[in-house]
Design a protein around this ligand. Structure first.
Ligand code: NAD
Length: 476
């Protein structure tokens, strides 16, 4: 596939490519151009030229493009889902959900078209003031490989509906979904230059994009360490920046929780997308009095997970997305075993199954009695490994949960309203779930605190991240 700049399919200026590999089989799926700083400059120029006319279309016209794109995407849902599965690894059922999610987000922003207007303010003895909202201009979006379609929608939805133009840099492992979705938007009538996609390495294409003086805003999703670098570049260029970064979400299970639903919540919360979700359950704190029963139930559920190539319908968990993640998870679990840091209850190794011997597979792994200082609790473990810690009560659970540099999400599982409210008040996180985890919706603001980021995506609030407020004062 080729890059998309100014409505055209473009090869890299230097003609170099990189391979896109199926993580379940190791097979080559496609090759995409290794973009350069010059490609970024071309894409920003195209976005800048397209800005004036796109900003002057009505929000309803922009919504028309999104509606048409949503229709085409739903018609092609199965082939788009198969493409995600091939390049990302997640099971088809999850890939279909993600494609649905992409269309849902665009359609949500259609509903907000026309809602972003300014205010009228009366000023005693001095007439009145008005505020008007204006799009910023060229925006940059840099995204990761774990949810390539959904995160693309979280950025292009609010950016384009509010009249901005955009240059998107996909992750190097999953650009095919982004390029295909961008071409569907063109097919739906998005004018040339409004959305441009440049593929290539983060240090080169990503940094060139963030540093370009015509880019007014950067929206970045990825690791916290990369986010720091992006923030430094963006701030030195006086650009707005939204950072959606890593997480290490705690799940707190109280002794009065509905254990059956908590087991389902932990299972889905941890092993969805092979554990590669920013808001996955990454640390499980269970009251001592129910810990043994809970672990037994969870163990039984984990054993039932079917691991394999997600392209087959009956699979619950696919491979990790790339070698780097796979090596990290394997080495970490080996280190935990070597240091005797916890009891491995299930998994802990690469599956012996021959269907899994060519991809980046790892067994769904449950580790109990993990010590407080373990790397499993300190780092963001982006893979199918769930550490379980026993706590004596809610105070201890909250203290341990907050003992993390991350603050994306957290969940508390209890039937007691006082406990639920206490958890919501005290947990340091951008989103707190009660008796669920991992659920999100286009209308709900999403983002983290601490190392997990700055700013929010989704909901009407996301629009304000892409609009400038101009104040006009009039003396009567
Ligand atoms: P990453 O930081 O390695 O890469 C993210 C993107 O940044 C990629 O497109 C990459 O090419 C680009 N990039 C890399 N170096 C760059 C640089 N110096 N300048 C500019 N761009 C650069 O992250 P990843 O491994 O692709 O994704 C996994 C991470 O994303 C996890 O930490 C996960 O928690 C996080 N994430 C967060 C959210 C959220 O909403 N908070 C959602 C999904 C994923």
């Amino acid at each position: 596939m080729k890059m998309q700049i100014n409505g055209k399919a473009v090869e890299a200026i230097r003609g170099e490519f990189f391979d896109i590999i199926n993580p379940a089989t190791g097979e080559l799926i496609d090759r995409v151009p290794r973009g350069t700083g010059d490609d970024v400059a071309d894409a920003v120029e195209a976005a800048s030229s397209a800005f004036g006319s796109w900003a002057s279309t009505s929000p309803q016209q922009r919504a028309g493009v999104f509606y048409r794109a949503g229709e085409i995407i739903r018609q092609r849902k199965d082939s788009l889902a198969a493409l995600i599965t091939k390049e990302q690894g997640k099971p088809l059922i999850e890939a279909r959900n993600e494609i649905e999610g992409f269309a849902n987000v665009l359609e949500y922003y259609c509903g907000l078209a026309g809602s972003f207007h300014g205010d009228f303010i009366q000023i005693p003895q001095n007439g009145y003031a008005m505020t008007v909202k204006k799009p910023l201009g060229v925006c940059a979006a840099i995204i990761p490989w774990n949810m390539p379609a959904l995160i693309m929608a979280w950025k292009i939805g609010p950016a384009l509906i509010s009249g901005n133009t955009l240059v998107l840099k996909p992750a190097s492992n999953t650009p095919l979904t982004n390029l295909t979705l961008a071409s569907i938007l063109s097919e739906a009538g998005l004018p040339a230059g409004v959305l441009n996609v440049v593929t290539g390495p983060g240090e080169l294409v990503g940094e060139a994009l963030v540093s370009n003086h015509k880019v007014k805003k950067v929206s970045f999703t990825g690791e916290s360490a990369t986010g720091k670098r992006v923030a430094e570049l963006a701030v030195s260029g006086k650009k707005r920046v939204t950072l959606e970064l890593g997480g290490s979400d705690p799940m707190l299970v109280c002794d009065d929780a509905d254990l059956e639903s908590a087991v389902v919540g932990a299972l889905r919360g941890r092993f969805y997308n092979c554990g590669q979700t920013c808001m996955a359950v990454k640390r499980l704190y269970v009251f001592e009095s129910i810990a043994e029963e809970f672990i037994k139930k969870l163990e039984a559920a984990v054993w039932k997970l079917r691991v394999g190539n997600g392209i087959y319908e009956n699979i619950d968990m696919g491979p990790l997305n790339n070698r780097r993640q796979w090596e990290y998870v394997k080495d970490l679990v080996a280190e935990i075993e070597e240091k005797d840091e916890g009891r491995i209850i299930t998994g802990g190794k690469v599956p012996a199954n021959s269907a899994c011997n060519r991809g980046y597979f790892f067994e769904p792994t449950l580790i109990a009695d993990v010590p407080r200082e373990s790397r499993l609790l300190k780092e963001e473990v982006f893979g199918p490994v769930l550490p379980v810690v026993r706590v004596k009560d809610l105070d201890e659970a909250i203290e341990e949960a907050n003992n993390s540099s991350y603050g994306l999400g957290a969940s508390i599982w209890t039937k007691n309203l006082d406990r639920a409210i206490s958890g919501c008040e005290q947990l340091d996180a951008g989103i707190i779930w009660i008796n669920q985890h991992l659920k999100i919706a286009p209308e709900v603001p999403f983002g983290g605190v601490k190392e997990s980021g700055i700013g929010r995506e989704n909901g009407p609030y996301a629009l304000s991240e892409y609009l400038d407020l101009k104040t006009i004062m009039l003396k009567t």
